[in-house]
Write a protein that binds this ligand. Structure first.
Ligand SMILES: [Zn+2]
Length: 326
């Protein structure tokens, strides 16, 4: 038996000011990937997905001044080699409209790259993501906006503060493992039973044109996130494959660029999912497990940290803690 020991050394890259940037490679073998969803205000946000525009801009200022933000492609090329000092990767999941209308301009202002993981079925059909549609069906217009204040500080899995939010969480847990057509049927039934429901949902995905526009910028990468956002491990390999591959093809057909990165909806995957992402020319796949990325990590099970609605100061503190501890 032959044992081959492969030593990999950092490639010294000259930065614009002529300094060698990666000389401190040995002490900086990690990248923190940030996970955002919505940039906006949300009164009902049990998973803490929304970051206000003011806070998001403050996060970008911190990143611009103190960290090196790299693209997901540069991360893919660095795995097995070296990372720049204080390297951070910015990612967004799902494809909310505010990613285009708010986040894009702010990222451009600071010239920071980001990867957007897109669930294309909702974008193609311009319908809300199922969990947002469920929210609009369950929280009908009997609830005045003043009542919504009780939800502001409630975060799952803490006990829901009232019967309506309890119903929402129960329905959400019941629907999450299902295939989209079954979820669709259930939401339609709930909607018919709820006569007072005004049927409007203010949380929407971006449009196909928004996505195409976003993909044109050299700063932005469009990644895959399945067609309809299933919890993959609950489904047969053929179902998973269709969800993943159709999504990649849809994105590639609309952006004209090959898809290199993927994120697992809900961070959920099994061995079948791993086989599919490896067989489809993807270089990276992200989970939602809060851990930093080391140079020897499996590129198909990369960790990410969910960013909450923190001020710039809180964000910087948290980010430095992640670098130190994880
Ligand atoms: Zn998602």
């Amino acid at each position: 038996m032959m044992i081959i020991i492969r030593l990999s050394f950092p490639q010294l890259s000259k930065s614009s000011n002529g300094m060698f940037r990666n000389l401190n490679f040995w002490g900086n073998k990690k990248v923190i990937t940030l996970m955002y969803h919505q940039i906006g205000q949300s009164t009902f946000d049990p998973w803490g997905l929304a970051v206000s525009p003011i806070n998001f801009e403050a996060h970008l200022k911190v990143l611009h001044n103190h960290f090196t933000v790299i693209t997901s492609d540069s991360l893919a090329n660095s795995i097995g080699q070296s990372f720049p000092k204080n390297a951070v990767c910015i990612s967004f999941d799902d494809g909310y409209s505010d990613n285009f209308s708010i986040a894009k301009g702010m990222l451009e202002k600071f010239k920071l790259p980001a990867t957007f993981f897109i669930s294309s079925y909702y974008i193609e059909h311009q319908i809300p993501f199922w969990w947002d549609e469920l929210e609009s069906v369950i929280f009908d217009n009997n609830l005045m906006s003043a009542d919504m204040k009780i939800y502001q500080n409630w975060r799952w899995p803490a006990n829901p503060p009232d019967a309506v939010s309890d119903k929402y969480i129960n329905e959400w847990a019941r629907l999450k493992p299902l295939a989209y057509p079954e979820i669709r049927d259930r939401i339609d039934i709930l909607s018919q039973n709820n006569q007072s429901n005004n049927g409007s949902c203010n949380k929407l995905p971006m449009s196909t044109n928004d996505l195409i526009e976003l993909s044109k910028s050299p700063l932005f990468t469009i990644g895959a996130h399945t067609m309809t956002h299933p919890a993959l491990s609950n489904h047969h390999i053929n179902y998973q494959e269709n969800e993943i591959v159709s999504n990649i093809h849809w994105i590639e057909a609309h952006t004209g660029k090959s898809v290199t990165a993927f994120s697992y909806p809900y961070g959920d995957f099994n061995d079948d999912s791993l086989t599919i992402v490896k067989n489809n020319d993807l270089k990276l796949a992200f989970t939602t497990k809060g851990k930093s990325i080391k140079y020897n990590d499996d590129p198909y099970q990369l960790g990410r940290f969910q960013v909450q609605n923190w001020t710039g100061e809180q964000f910087e503190q948290q980010l430095r803690l992640w670098f130190k501890k994880y």
